[in-house]
Write a protein that binds this ligand. Structure first.
Ligand SMILES: Cc1cc2nc3c(=O)[nH]c(=O)nc-3n(C[C@H](O)[C@H](O)[C@H](O)COP(=O)(O)OP(=O)(O)OC[C@H]3O[C@@H](n4cnc5c(N)ncnc54)[C@H](O)[C@@H]3O)c2cc1C
Length: 471
């Protein structure tokens, strides 16, 4: 008898899960029916690329990190290897905004700490007192080795308040869109805790790591696709057997089709589907809503993972209208500056082919702070507010040639202190439901490579469950 495997949510996680299920089915000759149910019209979730006026406009993610291999492997599996593009060599630096000016991030500064001393000592970003305090990291004893702590607590403890407020906080917010006083270090950057434990100092640890000879990276640290990240989602959906991807299927509930432990019935407006195993590849709060009838306890745990809202504003200018040299990939803005834009990518510098010659494509990002006022603005007003901040930072006085706003409501999961314990409790409760898998950015990593891995692991879990039930 043919088995039905259902995946709910057509973002990159759900796509990776559905694709892995079809592979396993082929490998085993199992002939499973795989259904990927998506509430929206298109695949990709927050990943979306638009092409306009000769530009590649990313409204969601614009790159993927190559040190976690699952993203690049996914692109290769999709046959997109020849479309992978690296960041532009020669511009691999970033800036940080402080008191109306952009300052280069000191060379060798790795997210929260320096790996080189000379650039730290010569940067105008920190006071002499702040620099000497940062060097304290070389002498301070390691903190307690157990338990979680916030990123703010760790960085101020090791490197001092200035390094935290002026650089580490905005650099990390550029990835996690979270308040550093709440962000779990263990769930986001356990490597820094390991360095502290192993070397007694983050700086010394980073310096030693640099001395380990590299095998020579095949790709730059971040890569994209020549047609934009949206082409990954389109290709993934097109690689599934015909009819697998089902847009316009908003799932409302999940329950047992028969008694406890039986197949699961998925229901939405105007459709029902009984599946032998199900993966919910949704934001945690959306999974909670779907699952509530099946397990109020599991839903309660999922509700406990908060999400922030984000927005991107793509801005195209004539290159001559941007006085700044744009000799980097963009800038980040510390929370202490009290601005709405938390970072801005110089998109046409970061990747080739993003905008026509003679223009500059910039992308402002806002999110992760208390932004209730900002996000209640209309698209036009939000664009004006973002423009004002970017134009001030870069000295622009001209009108943009193009402005595109994209909103991402409740799209940024918050890994607060204690997150890993929360994720472990969710896994524990999930044991009660062997036919059910949860995947996505809510649990063990927010980046695209993490989501791909999470989706693929969920597929393995579903396959194992079905093999056990129907040997
Ligand atoms: C603005 C922004 C920029 C980012 N930049 C980067 C970056 O540069 N690099 C990087 O690696 N990561 C980046 N990230 C993070 C990364 O893009 C996301 O974590 C990842 O794409 C999430 O994928 P997902 O499939 O888990 O979730 P989503 O993309 O949220 O997909 C979930 C899908 O489920 C659907 N859905 C919701 N409810 C239901 C329902 N009830 N029934 C059916 N379908 C439903 C939604 O419509 C959606 O399509 C960024 C995120 C944002 C928001």
């Amino acid at each position: 008898m043919s088995r039905t495997m259902a995946v709910v949510g057509g973002g990159v996680t759900g796509l990776a899960c559905a694709l892995r299920l079809t592979e396993i089915s082929r490998e085993k000759g199992a002939g499973w029916d795989v259904a990927l149910l998506e509430s929206g019209k298109r695949p990709g979730g927050v990943i979306a690329t638009e092409k306009e006026k000769g530009c590649i406009l990313e409204s969601g993610p614009d790159a993927l990190f190559t040190e976690k291999p699952w993203g690049v492997e996914f692109l290769k599996k999709l046959g997109l290897e020849s479309e992978i593009i690296g960041t532009r060599a020669g511009f691999r630096k970033s800036f940080v905004f402080r008191r109306g000016r952009l300052h280069p991030v000191p060379e060798g500064f790795y997210l929260i700490a320096p790996s080189q001393l000379l650039p730290l000592m010569t940067t105008p970003l920190f006071s002499l007192k702040g620099k000497l305090r940062a060097l304290g990291d070389l002498f301070l004893p390691a903190g307690p080795s157990n338990g979680d702590e916030s990123l703010e607590s760790f960085v101020t403890r090791r490197l001092g308040r200035e390094v935290h407020d002026r650089l580490a906080q905005p650099m990390v917010a550029g990835i996690y869109s979270s308040r550093s006083s709440e962000l779990s270090l263990k769930a986001t950057f356990p490597r820094f805790l390991e360095l502290e434990r192993k070397y007694g100092s983050v700086i010394r640890g980073l310096m030693s790591a640099k001395r380990v000879p590299s095998r020579g990276p095949r790709y730059s640290l971040f890569v994209s696709l020549s047609g934009g990240m949206g082409s990954m989602a389109e290709k993934a959906a097109a690689s599934l057997p015909a009819g697998t991807f089902k847009p316009g299927h908003a799932v409302k509930s999940l329950r047992y089709a028969g008694g406890k432990g039986s197949a699961l019935e998925i229901a939405g407006d105007g459709f029902r589907l009984t599946a032998d195993a199900v993966c919910l590849a949704l934001p945690a709060y959306a999974s909670a809503d779907v699952i509530r009838g099946l397990s109020a306890d599991l839903a309660g745990e999922l509700d406990g993972i908060p999400y922030h809202t984000g927005a991107t504003v793509n801005l195209l200018y004539g290159r001559r209208d941007v006085p700044h040299s744009l000799d980097g990939f963009g800038y980040v803005v510390p929370e202490t500056e009290k601005l709405s834009v938390t970072g801005c990518t110089f998109s046409s510098v970061k990747f080739p082919g993003r905008a026509p010659e003679g223009t500059a494509l910039l992308r402002a990002f806002a999110g992760g702070r208390d932004e209730s006022g900002f996000f209640s603005l209309s698209d036009d007003d939000l664009a004006v507010a973002a423009r004002r901040e970017v134009e001030k930072a870069l000295g622009i006085r001209a009108e943009p040639l193009l402005v595109r706003v994209a909103r991402h409501p409740k799209s940024l999961p918050q890994y607060r202190v204690g997150h890993l314990e929360k994720a472990a409790r969710i896994e524990e409760r999930l044991r009660e439901f062997p036919r059910l898998a949860l995947a996505g950015n809510a649990y063990y990593g927010v980046g695209i490579p993490d989501c791909v891995r999470s989706g693929e692991q969920a597929a393995e879990r579903m396959a194992e469950a079905v093999s056990r039930l129907f040997p």
